[in-house]
Write a new protein. Structure first.
Length: 674
């Protein structure tokens, strides 16, 4: 279980867009800046303090498109495998995290303005994410989230909304597209004396490419800030979501490639759905002293889930927590030093009831329990400049976690139990400023995460028998930019003990338990460049944007699977875009996604997906600073391909594990602000 209470303060990285080459160094800050909400520029500056792979994606990267799923946001971040399944649900993995999680998410912590999207036991999903609402999205790979209390193999992602101090007084957008897709969004932000506000609301609807994929969602967020003095600010957050989504289900490989629009028969007959209502409230207060900044606050989440699948899942979640974090920057014996210390509490309780699924309605009660989670995280990190351009970074985190289940449906046995974990995660790194626009880094870190209640399938693997997953990760890399190009490159190797992996197939999915040893290693390369200047007109140019990921994930001398490849992610994944950019505001060009070799869907390495390449085209016109429009075509060749696969221990050609990618589609939209 990787948890941080709130990470809404500055987050590092380079934007993944070839159309922009933002300056790395921000000199000064506007007098009306928010203390509690970092701007994109402040977040990008933070990259220079992290000896590891981190990214900031500015909203300009993903808002000139339909921005309907997480893939639209993270597609050009190397090391991140993100592929839609149905509606907003997605296969998301960072450096091979949660490959065995066939539904939703584990091993990556998601935050919205620092408020956890994941439940207290570590489970997460994507239906509450509204890409059109955010100013920037910050990705911390692996233990690079340690300075905020993160400790998982995958890391953390924070979705940051604007404050009223950097938002337009009014903004609207509208999108339409294939498969009945339509989306509308409106927002407003302003400053009134010491008070600022930002509010946004979105509606989205789609019929979907596949049968039984229709859904609609309503999402809204508000934040209200009050600056008591230039050095004290408090901010209140409210977020609400209402989502209704049908589920088409996985099918066999043959069906996915020959009849990709079809859904699983059982899903249609029993009306599989995932419907969720959520309200989040939070407060964050920032106190700025001469050389120290302190953030503190609290949050609460109320989530209702109605989820007819193999049974009708009826869960009520109550999560709550608090945090305090201090950052101190000063000189020690003439050397620059930056220290971060913090403490987080994230607790929660699930009222867990499962009924027979009577074609989408409640049947007889099948199980019920109260599942409680407690997480107490203390962490610290220090960066000390041994010489002006070289810093040594050391960090340590302690997590104490409790998982407690009280079974209240005893006719099929008592599944009650309790587990507690006390885990220590150290980190050491080196950060070298080769020159003002070029850095190199290296680090060694340990991650430790606690299993969620959803890892086991009941009596076959009681949750009390599942151990914590730990890993030691070695990472080296470099990032930088020149006048016309930028890059980020990282190589890593994670030696994992007790990885949470699918070892026993079950009727409703997979029973997850621990594999003694596995290895995740890979290479991540991202970059952008502008070239061929003044090609047809003065100041026009060609822009290139690339993200390449190499994955090498294997069992390590396993008694059942030897050194087989771990299933669930491609060995090579390449995303590329080339744009012609004209000074009148026009950008147009092709893009592609290439998986040159299929990947396995089972531990035994008996069933593989097929390689594929798909092409698209996009045109964006910025009419002025306030109005823009786009047209985009995807999978223009109407290629049948498998976007992602659920994993099991041993597959056959009859195994229903595959989600086909969408067919040929087109989207168009317009944005305006005042």
């Amino acid at each position: 279980m990787a948890t941080t209470a709130m990470i809404a303060i500055s987050n590092p990285a380079f934007s993944q867009s070839a159309t922009e080459l933002p300056a790395v160094t921000v000199v000064g800050a506007p007098l009306n800046e928010s203390l509690t909400v970092p701007t994109t520029e402040q977040a990008q500056e933070e990259i220079r303090r992290t000896p590891g792979a981190v990214e900031v994606i500015a909203d300009t990267v993903f808002k000139n498109g339909p921005a309907a799923t997480l893939k639209d946001v993270l597609d050009y971040v190397p090391g991140v495998f993100v592929q839609p399944k149905w509606g907003a649900d997605t296969r998301l993995s960072i450096r091979g995290s949660s490959l065995s999680r066939n539904f939703h998410l584990r091993s990556i912590q998601l935050y919205m303005d620092g408020i956890p999207i994941n439940t207290a036991d570590g489970y997460g999903d994507f239906q509450e994410i509204d890409p059109g609402a955010y100013r920037h999205v910050d990705v911390y790979k692996g233990a690079n989230a340690l300075q905020f209390g993160g400790n998982s193999l995958g890391g953390a992602i924070n979705f940051v909304t604007p404050s009223g101090r950097d938002a337009s007084i009014a903004a609207v957008s509208a999108d339409v597209g294939s498969f009945g897709f339509n989306r509308q969004q409106a927002s407003s932000g302003a400053v009134v004396g010491p008070v600022d506000y930002f509010v946004t609301a979105a509606r989205q609807q789609q019929e979907g490419w596949r049968d039984h994929t229709g859904g609609d969602s309503y999402r809204g967020s508000v934040n209200l800030g009050y600056q008591l003095t230039p050095d004290i600010e408090t901010r209140f957050y409210v977020n609400a979501n209402n989502v209704h989504q049908r589920i088409p289900g996985e099918v066999t490989k043959a069906a996915a490639l020959l009849f990709p629009e079809g859904g699983a028969n059982a899903n249609k007959t029993n009306d599989y759905q995932r419907n969720i209502d959520t309200v989040r409230v939070a407060n964050k207060t920032t106190l700025r002293f001469e050389s120290t900044t302190v953030d503190l606050g609290a949050f609460g989440v109320d989530r209702q889930l109605l989820h007819p699948i193999f049974q009708l899942i009826d869960y009520s979640y109550k999560d709550y927590g608090g945090f305090i974090r201090a950052v101190d920057g000063r000189s020690i014996l003439g050397h620059k030093n930056r220290a971060v210390v913090g403490f987080n509490i994230i607790n929660g309780r699930i009222d867990n009831r499962q009924y027979a699924n009577a074609k989408g309605l409640r049947g007889a009660l099948q199980s019920s329990s109260f599942d409680s989670s407690e997480n107490y995280i203390a962490y610290g990190e220090d960066s000390f400049s041994i010489i002006p351009n070289v810093a040594v970074v050391g960090g340590l985190q302690f997590l104490h976690a409790v998982r407690d289940r009280k079974d209240t449906f005893l006719s099929n046995g008592d599944a009650s139990g309790r587990n507690s974990f006390s885990l220590l995660s150290p980190k050491v790194g080196l950060l070298w400023d080769v020159d003002p626009d070029w850095q190199a880094f290296a680090n060694i870190s340990r991650s430790a995460e606690v299993p969620s209640f959803g890892e086991s399938g009941g009596a076959a693997v009681p949750f009390t028998t599942v151990k914590e997953q730990t890993a030691t990760t070695y990472e080296v890399g470099t990032r930088g930019q020149r006048s016309n190009y930028k890059w980020n490159l990282a190589a890593y190797r994670a030696e994992i003990h007790n990885e949470l992996q699918c070892l026993q197939s079950a009727v409703a999915g997979c029973n997850v338990t621990n594999v003694h040893r596995t290895i995740h290693q890979g290479l991540e390369l991202g970059g952008g460049a502008d070239f061929l200047h003044d090609l047809f007109s003065q100041k026009d140019k060609i822009g290139l944007n690339l993200a390449y990921t190499f994955n090498d994930f294997t069992f390590d001398s396993d008694r059942n699977y030897n050194d087989n490849q771990l299933p669930g992610a491609p060995r090579h994944f390449l995303r590329g875009e080339m744009l012609y950019k004209h000074p009148i505001g026009l950008s147009i060009g092709p893009n592609m996604e290439w998986v040159p070799k299929g990947y396995y869907a089972d531990n035994a390495n008996t069933l593989q997906t097929d390689p594929y390449v798909i092409f698209g085209m996009k045109a964006v016109q910025d009419f002025n600073e306030n109005v823009s429009a786009y047209v985009e075509g995807r999978n223009l060749g109407n290629t049948a391909y498998i976007s992602n696969a659920s994993v099991i221990n041993r597959a056959t050609s009859a195994s229903a594990q595959f989600n086909p990618g969408d067919g040929r589609s087109a989207f168009a939209g317009i944005r305006a602000k005042w």
